[in-house]
Each structure stands twice: as structure tokens, then as C-alpha cells.
Design a binder for this molecule. Structure first.
Ligand SMILES: C[S@@+](CC[C@H](N)C(=O)[O-])C[C@H]1O[C@@H](n2cnc3c(N)ncnc32)[C@H](O)[C@@H]1O
Ligand code: SF4
Length: 446
């Protein structure tokens, strides 16, 4: 049943919601507008020491592109079941990349505010490889001022020996991909773990007393029903994680799921209305259980303790040094991305070259748009922030799309802030292109 108002229905047509492809926005301008080749502006940025008094926080991202097995739905850059030698040589390459950055005047002596180890599954590294990685990174960028260190795990890789190394190294936040607490759904998604593995891993993580334990869930997986989704949610709530990140299933073109859907092998999948309605009810239930919604995607138990610093800082324009295969960075207003072929990545760093292959130099206006759309994902955009930082009144600058979305009751605009409603938040990634500069609106994301 479609209960949209006429304004909503019209907007739904103007902002088509494709059944497949990627919808989640992580960068602006879209990757497809980034130019290949060397970036002279980036080379200049790296040679310029930060100006005193204009210190921008620095975050580190390290990508580990390996998993025990590839999930049917996953679009992340990842290789299944790597050998020990592959992992060893990958750690060598990442440390070489850090060493190269350590020589750059723009970064020398800077102390990161956060570090994020994502994947793939970084917890696939052995305890010894983890120690090597942390030691090598810290010898270039000491963690003396670090406020948050996140490490992604999967249930099968969250083992006692690894977790002890992570705790010892100063990891504050573990994020584990659970997806759903239902064996049949997990198996149909090609997950390598079952529900029992989650319970074991959860207890093991809790034993090590990390500040934050986050669980990732997906709404709309193959085999999921309304009933199974909420049964699964009940089991997650009983574990009492500090935060839960929710994704709505996307069907990106590079996944086995995409092929299965197009070959007619999948009988039924929840549509976007159903995914939103499940998440909306889930957020209501979680709010009743003492959680609060901190963004379009996450609920937290205690917003003062369970922070997503890596997100908040990026959304407010910090520098991000992304290392590893296919990682992207944002340094002094230059976005750029590493090569996505493992051999090329390793050959480039071994030859003493930074392994990026494409990038984009943002104008002041593009930086403003970038922060605006990223902050929309948090549910509230403070207008004074943009006035002070960019000299722009965003309520006036974006008056037209804001009015349309306000008519659809997806957001409201006051003197101080733009605030998304629940329905606005649940479809926020689709709304963002309306705020892009005209030349970026029609581009494909990748
Ligand atoms: C890098 S993985 C997390 C850690 C670990 N690899 C795991 O899966 O347990 C990041 C998260 O992205 C989400 N994700 C991956 N593919 C997705 C898709 N097609 N649609 C929605 N969410 C997706 C999953 O919830 C996953 O936990
Ligand atoms: S969801 Fe996680 S475990 Fe599955 S393939 Fe993607 S990165 Fe690997």
C-alpha cells in the first residue's frame, strides 16, 4: 500500500529509486568525476607543512581487502581466503605506504585523532600481523592524541588471541558484522558464520572491555520476512550492544546477488518501502529500549560515551589519510583514491610511489556542498556552522530543494538548523544529489 502524500509521490518520481545499484553516498563529488593520473595539486599539498593556527584534525583509515568468504551482497573491495604470505606481504605494503607519507612535510609530526581499520575483514590478520601493523603505523603517526580506534571484525574472526592484541594496542571500538540473527538468512546470504558464532564472539569481545561494541545489521536480506527481521532484532537487543548500525540492502552491480536477481534466481526481496518501514519500526522499538538515533543509520545507548568520532570528524571536513587497496583520502580539500588492483598497489609502494590513481581538487563551494550533504546524514545541519566556516547561509543557498523536501515532510528548516524527519532520514542518500552542483547531479556515483 502506498500512503505517500501527493508531494511525496511526485518527488518519488523525480528522485527515482532504482531496485539495484549503489545508493549509499560516502564522498562528494561522485567518484565518477575524479580524474585519473598524477595530481600536481596533491603533490604540492603533501610538500606544504600545515599552517600554524589552522590545524585540521587528522584521521587514519586502513583498508584490509580480505575475507574468509565473499558474501553474496557485498560490494566492498575484498578477496576471499588469502594465504598467510598474501596477508604478510599486504601488511608490508601498507607499512611502506605509511612510511612514504611519513616523509611528507604536510603530515610529518601530525598526531591522528582517530584511526579506522576497515575492510574486508581486518580481523583476518593474525595477532602477529596486527602487532606489526600497529607498531609500524605508530612509528610514523604516534597515537598519543588518539581519541577513537575502530577495528572491524566478523563473528568467526573475533577470537580471544586477536581481541587481546587489539585491546593491548589501544583499540577502543569493535564493530562486528552480524547482519541478521537467523541461520537460514545468513546461509542464503553466503555469510560464513551462524547465530551461535555471533553469541560466542560477542562474549569474547565483552570480556576484553572495549569502550564501544557496535553491531552491523542489514534490512532486506534474501530470505528475510517481517517476522524474521523483528525476531532477529529482539535477539540483538537482548545482547545489549552499545550501538547498532543499520543498512538497507543495496544490490550493487559487482555482486553475486545482482547476478542472481537478474537471472531470476531470487524469488522475492523486500522493496524500499518495506525496508524503510522495518527500520522505522525498529528505531521506535530501540528508542523504547533506551537507545537514541544518532544518524540515518545508527542507534546508540549513551550518546556521550558511544561516539562515532570517525564519522563526525569526516563530516566536518577533517583530513583523512586512507591507506591500503582502493582507499580514498581527503587532504586539504583534495579527494583521491588508491588503485584497486592488489599487484599494482604493491608494485607502486615498493617502487616508492604513492599508490593513488584518481582524484579531485575541490573548490571552496564544493567543500561546502560536501560537508552539507555529509552532515545531512546526521539528521541535523547547524546553519551557524556553515555561516562561520564558509560564509554561506545554507537555508538560502539550498532554499529550493529544502522547500520541496519540507513540503514532503522529509525535513524542517528553522533559523538555527535543518532537521530531517524520520521519513527523511530513512531515504537521505537519495535526497543528497538535489544539493549537488548542477554538473554533478546526473553523474553515476562510481
Ligand atoms: C566491511 S563490512 C563489516 C565487517 C565484516 N567484513 C563483516 O561483514 O562482518 C561493512 C558492512 O557493510 C554492510 N554491507 C555490505 N554490503 C552491503 C549491501 N550490499 N547493502 C547494504 N549493506 C551492506 C554490512 O552490514 C557490513 O557489515
Ligand atoms: S560483508 Fe564483510 S565479510 Fe562479507 S564479503 Fe563484505 S567485507 Fe567480507
Amino acid at each position: 500500500m502506498n500512503t505517500d502524500s501527493p508531494v511525496e509521490s511526485q518527488l518519488e518520481c523525480e528522485l527515482p529509486e532504482p531496485s539495484d545499484g549503489n545508493l549509499f553516498v560516502s564522498a562528494y563529488p561522485p567518484f565518477s568525476s575524479w580524474k585519473s593520473g598524477r595530481l600536481s595539486r596533491l603533490e604540492k599539498v603533501l610538500l606544504t607543512p600545515p599552517q600554524h593556527g589552522h590545524d585540521v584534525p587528522l584521521g587514519l583509515y586502513v583498508h584490509t581487502p580480505f575475507c574468509l568468504q565473499r558474501c553474496q551482497f557485498c560490494y566492498y573491495r575484498s578477496i576471499a581466503n588469502p594465504t598467510t604470505e598474501t596477508l604478510e606481504s599486504y601488511v608490508d605494503a601498507v607499512l611502506e605506504e605509511f612510511r612514504l607519507y611519513g616523509e611528507s612535510p604536510a603530515l610529518t609530526g601530525r598526531r591522528p585523532s582517530f584511526a579506522y581499520f576497515g575492510g574486508g575483514t581486518p580481523a583476518l590478520l593474525s595477532p602477529h600481523q596486527m602487532k606489526r601493523l600497529f607498531g609500524g603505523i605508530q612509528s610514523v603517526f604516534p597515537w598519543t592524541d588518539i581519541q577513537e580506534v575502530t577495528f572491524e571484525c566478523s563473528p568467526k574472526t573475533a577470537t580471544r588471541d586477536r581481541l587481546e592484541v587489539l585491546r593491548e594496542a589501544g583499540v577502543t571500538r569493535i564493530s562486528m558484522g552480524v547482519q541478521q540473527m537467523n541461520d537460514s538468512v545468513l546461509q542464503q546470504s553466503g555469510r560464513v558464520h551462524l547465530v551461535d558464532d555471533v553469541a560466542r564472539a560477542y562474549d569474547e569481545i565483552r570480556r576484553n572491555d572495549f569502550d564501544v561494541l557496535n553491531l552491523d545489521l542489514i534490512a532486506g536480506l534474501v530470505g528475510e520476512t517481517e517476522q524474521s527481521f523483528f525476531d532477529s532484532l529482539r535477539d540483538v537487543v537482548l545482547m545489549a550492544p552499545d550501538s547498532i548500525t543499520f543498512y538497507q540492502l543495496e544490490i550493487p552491480a559487482n555482486t553475486p546477488l545482482f547476478r542472481a536477481v537478474h537471472d531470476g534466481q531470487i524469488e522475492s526481496l523486500a522493496n524500499w518501502d518495506e525496508k524503510r518501514s522495518r527500520l522505522s519500526r525498529a528505531y521506535d522499538l530501540l528508542e523504547g529500549d533506551g537507545y537514541s538515533l544518532r544518524s540515518a543509520y545508527a542507534v546508540v545507548k549513551d550518546s556521550s560515551r558511544h561516539r562515532f568520532l570517525y564519522q563526525d570528524m569526516q563530516y566536518h571536513g577533517c583530513d583523512l589519510l586512507g591507506t591500503g587497496l582502493a582507499s580514498f583520502s581527503y587532504l586539504a580539500g583534495v579527494h583521491y583514491q588508491n588503485v584497486a588492483v592488489l599487484r599494482t598497489y604493491q608494485e607502486m609502494v615498493t617502487a616508492g610511489r604513492l599508490p593513488y590513481h584518481r582524484g579531485y581538487v575541490l573548490s571552496d563551494e564544493e567543500r561546502m556542498v560536501r560537508e552539507f550533504i555529509l552532515q545531512m546524514k546526521l539528521g541535523t545541519v547547524k546553519t551557524a556552522y556553515f555561516q562561520t566556516k564558509f560564509g554561506v547561509n545554507v537555508a538560502e543557498r539550498f532554499a529550493q530543494p529544502l522547500q520541496r523536501f519540507s513540503d514532503a515532510e522529509w525535513l524542517s528548516v528553522s533559523d538555527d538548523a535543518i532537521t530531517l524527519t524520520r521519513q527523511g532520514l530513512l531515504r537521505v542518500d537519495r535526497l543528497l544529489s538535489a544539493f549537488y552542483l548542477p554538473e554533478h547531479r546526473e553523474l553515476t556515483y562510481w
